[in-house]
Design a protein around this ligand. Sequence first.
Ligand SMILES: [Zn+2]
Length: 581
Amino acid sequence: MSKLHSIARAASDDLRARVHFCPETGQIWLHEHRMLLVHAEAQALLRKELIDSLGMDRARGLLTRMGYASGLRDAELARTRAQNCSDLEAFMTGPQLHTLEGIVHVTPVKLDLDRASGRFYGEFLWENSWEGQWHRHHYGIHTEPVCWTQIGYACGYTSAFMGRPILYKETECVGMGNNNCRIVGKPIEEWDDAAEHTRFFRPEAIADQLIELQTQVGQLRGAIAGKEKLPADLVGTSPGFTAAYDLLKHAAASQITVLLIGETGVGKELFARALHALSPRRDRAFVAVNCGAIPNELVESELFGVEKGAYTGALVARAGRFERADGGSLFLDEIGELPLPAQSKLLRALQEGEIERLGDNKTRKVNVRIIAAINDDLRQRVKEGRFRSDLYYRLNAYQVNIPPLRERKEDISLLAKRFLEKYCAVHAKKLRGFTDKAKRALLTYSWPGNIRELQNTVERGVILAPSGTRIEVEHLFSALAEAQAREFGLDVDGSLGVHQGGSTAALCEAIFNGVMTLDQLEVMLIETAVDKARGNLSAAARMLGLTRPQLAYRLKRLHEADASGSVLEGAAPADASPGPR
Ligand SMILES: [Zn+2]
């Protein structure tokens, strides 16, 4: 070992003589290589930022390769020296440079090499490892060695010097809590787990990966934004609603005629407007016509326009809805009500894109997208000869079925909330929402008139409820509707008659059909008990077979669910709840 040490000392002296500081030119030279004297702390901060932004693994790769590149440069110098001295002496250039450069103090422990045969074994003690100390400073004790740049240097240097791949590993490292670092190097084939380490020497296309990830994030953001951007009045998250809306979206970009089918009041016009808003025609006119609301003798002039003098009373020429919708969309509601002559003209407009005003024989070109709607099955009208089959097939190219509200129970809360906000604004009223009984009534009612009925009901509630209060059941429903609501499990006073004969089945049905959840049932039981006990929690708890703390806990939990939930779901005792007393 003393021989190794004296070689090392000689190399060190020689190398120091090769370092030149040139303040005049602002350059530092090590033999032929320009060097930098940098702040270790600044370098450590760069290293930290690499780790924090890229993760340990990627940063380790980058740093290892950076060290490897330094090792290659220093090996050039070692090889020029090898012409005048032994392999062993020449090799010590690397460890001495590593020391001189301020990276780590290297002491050879065991070194056996022969460049001709390619034999190599090296063991070194590393003291004052720059990298290990800073890593420990920033991240604390690590489970694996952390002197990545330095290991990279040793590998690059020795591989270049020996002309064959030599791999080093740290057997001890200050980063792992050892007092010093210790490294062992030998030809790559002599390591069993070489692959685990050599992967860090392969450059990664990090930029490509970052760009790829950025693109993905952008697409995901777009998808999320697209999802949130439901047209203003279209509200819903239920599977039925979502399926219909998805169908609509797929048709939006094309010119295809869309036929909307759904019961009265399901919001067909809203869907039609949404289709228009999603289409490339969004900046042009959206014209809506209810074919069932126009007297038969006027339908043609309404749709296709009139020339002056076409009939008695036609004093001026007037464009029809088709012309007004030119470039945009024409929504024909209740299209089944269209009289047969108008159906022929409509078919021609669809097929040729041409119309003629009443009393005119000039053909006008129109570019209109038709959105048609009907309440029932058009096929019956076709069978009865009241609707042209060719027009039916033309219109039926793309059907979108809009489910009735009773099949969209999940959406009732959202819709009720929306209407509440709307009508509070319209009627300049401040209300605190719905009472729990009112919430339950909204959920259990069957809504034969669909969304329109819900909308009217909420508006009625907003008008009748005193400002500053919550809307109650009686503000929402007339006696008649309330009677119907009872069929769905509601009592006169709005609570489900659990103890009354026959109601148990209705209650079970309500839960099986998703009309009510178990949580809501729990709320009802607790509420009823608290009501009966006149707010005395201990008495209410006895009624429920619970301890008072158990009941208080449930109330708290339900109250929290209500605070985080929507207006109706999880109908928890908000104002109705007395809270722990
Ligand atoms: Zn180390």
